[in-house]
Design a binder for this molecule. Sequence first.
Ligand code: AMP
Length: 192
Amino acid sequence: MFNLVIFGPPGSGKGTQSEKLIEKYRLVHLSTGDLLRAEIANKTPLGIEAKKFIDNGQLVPDEVVIGIIDNSLEKNKEAKGFLFDGFPRTVTQAKALDKLLELKHTVINLVVSLQVSEAELVKRLLNRGITSGRSDDTNVEVIRKRFAVYEKETSPVAEHYNKQEKLSPMQGGNTIDDTFHSICKVIENVLV
Ligand code: AMP
């Protein structure tokens, strides 16, 4: 199995790169943001609860997203590997993921951390908001709040993986294809 985490602040290109990576490496894409938005679209009790946090730029509680990931791993027992996108976002989630994978006799192999300047991130998110209809991408206040939450709660996750010697920081401000090629190079070094 090959399990990859794509890590970075909102707007760093995680979703865009994930689409290309799952196709090339045949991984199962687990995006907690997408899974939560599906719950919202289906108006499930979980979705209705999660929407309040998302619209406010806050993280959805750890136990909710860990439960979603646990279910998704169970549903995809035949997977060759997983691409975790937007998860883990807290050290608690990272530790829970290590445990869930250990139960399945597998591990995270690589964490690609996309680095993009804050000015570029704001520009990208506001642009995405115009077309995606994502309520959390249209309001600059909510975007700034998400960056603050990222700094405080999510950036320590990089250190969790750095200690495990799995972290690969990467420039994410170049073109989509340039970033994709850089990620593929790192993956291929790990796969050999
Ligand atoms: P994303 O599509 O990854 O940008 O996620 C959109 C929003 O969903 C985030 O701003 C959070 O409110 C929520 N969310 C997504 N993934 C997680 C996670 N792993 N932990 C907590 N909240 C999350």
